[in-house]
Design a protein around this ligand. Structure first.
Ligand code: DP6
Length: 334
């Protein structure tokens, strides 16, 4: 028996960051994180399940519809994740996978979050299964990309919201319709980053600032939950920037140190500050990369886009916003 499914699954941007883990392989985080699911930045994944033995096939789908071989490390990551899915579901057989991103891989937009959530949803559907969102979140997390656990639903999510060990999963705390926030993603550099997030999690506790961050987090988590519940951008903005700067402060002071910033990063941060001083609500956040996500209410998106587009040296701007989460598609990649 064979089954095929295609899923479009979005990236997400963390307001409160996942940085540091108590279990690196199973991606059990040190602290809860809160994110917004995106829309335009997504991965599309087609999974076909076929009976029989042999290696899983993993391809990258190109814009012209052709399939190319994926890099070895990428193939290894996908096959490992498919092994976990086989183990979890008790099913055998192999998969043919084709995948494509709407944005550059490894450049600070969570490509593994959208990629692994798409893979978990497509592979289980290809097996004829329909796990609920909690189980999909756990399955996505088991890829080792913890942020993937927050890409299985739309709106605003907290992870872990409940459950410990392997039951550690994300939950929606507000729907996409609740608050129409935008994310203007400014690419400071679109090349692949040199130090993975996974390595960053490992090094985090070696920073002298890591312990202090853990003391500050409960108040920030509360403020973020309240800001989302009350759609209070003035409450959210300072928390967003504190979180982004602290993540990089910890990375830069880890042993060995990790520097994700590039020269345009600072110029973009300065532009966001100027916008705010001029009365335009906007706040910057960043993941483990040089790019800056400018979060703003829908009314200020145009002004933000105009201002950041003029920053010298940037590699591009992607206009995104809160999204409704993964969806199935009939347009298969293979
Ligand atoms: C800085 O281990 O989930 O984005 O596998 O690269 O997606 P990837 O990273 P993961 O760590 C994410 C770290 C972060 C903050 C966050 O998304 O919470």
């Amino acid at each position: 028996m064979s089954g095929k499914a295609t899923v479009i699954s979005p990236a997400n941007i963390a307001f409160i960051k996942y940085w540091g883990a108590v279990d690196f392989d199973r991606a059990i985080p040190t602290n809860p994180s809160i994110s917004m699911t995106l829309d335009a930045c997504h991965s599309r994944c087609t999974a076909e399940h076929v009976d029989g033995s042999g290696d899983d096939e993993v391809h990258l789908a190109q814009p012209d519809g052709s399939l190319t071989d994926a890099p070895e490390s990428f193939v290894r990551g996908v096959r490992n994740h498919l092994d976990r899915i086989r183990e979890h579901t008790g099913r055998s057989g192999r998969f043919r996978i084709a995948t494509a991103n709407s944005f550059p891989m490894g450049a600070g937009i969570a490509s593994s979050a959208s990629g692994f959530s798409a893979l978990a949803i497509a592979a289980t559907r290809a097996l004829g299964l329909e796990p609920d969102e909690d189980e999909l979140s756990e399955l996505a997390r088991m890829s080792g990309s913890g942020s993937a656990s927050r890409s299985v639903s739309g709106g605003y999510l907290e992870w872990p919201a409940e459950g410990s060990g392997d039951r550690c999963h994300a939950k929606v705390i507000a729907s996409a319709d609740h608050w129409d926030l935008k994310d203007v993603v400014v690419l400071a550099d679109s090349s692949e980053k040199k130090v993975s997030s996974r390595e960053g999690h490992r090094r985090a506790a070696s920073s002298p600032h890591f312990a202090r961050r853990r003391e500050l987090l409960p108040a920030r988590l509360d403020a973020t939950r309240r800001a989302i519940a009350e759609r209070d951008f003035d409450l959210l903005a300072p928390v967003l920037e504190e979180e982004a700067i602290e993540l990089h402060l910890i990375a830069m002071s880890s042993r060995p140190a990790i520097f994700y910033w590039k020269p345009p990063t600072l110029a973009i941060l300065e532009t966001v500050r100027e916008l705010r001083e001029a009365g335009c609500p906007a706040a910057a956040t960043m993941d483990a990369g040089p790019n800056v996500h400018v979060i703003c209410p829908a009314e200020s998106e145009e002004q933000v886009f105009d201002a950041v587009s003029r920053v010298p040296g940037i590699a591009g701007v992607i206009r995104d916003g809160v999204g409704r989460g993964p969806r199935f598609s009939d347009e298969h990649l293979a």
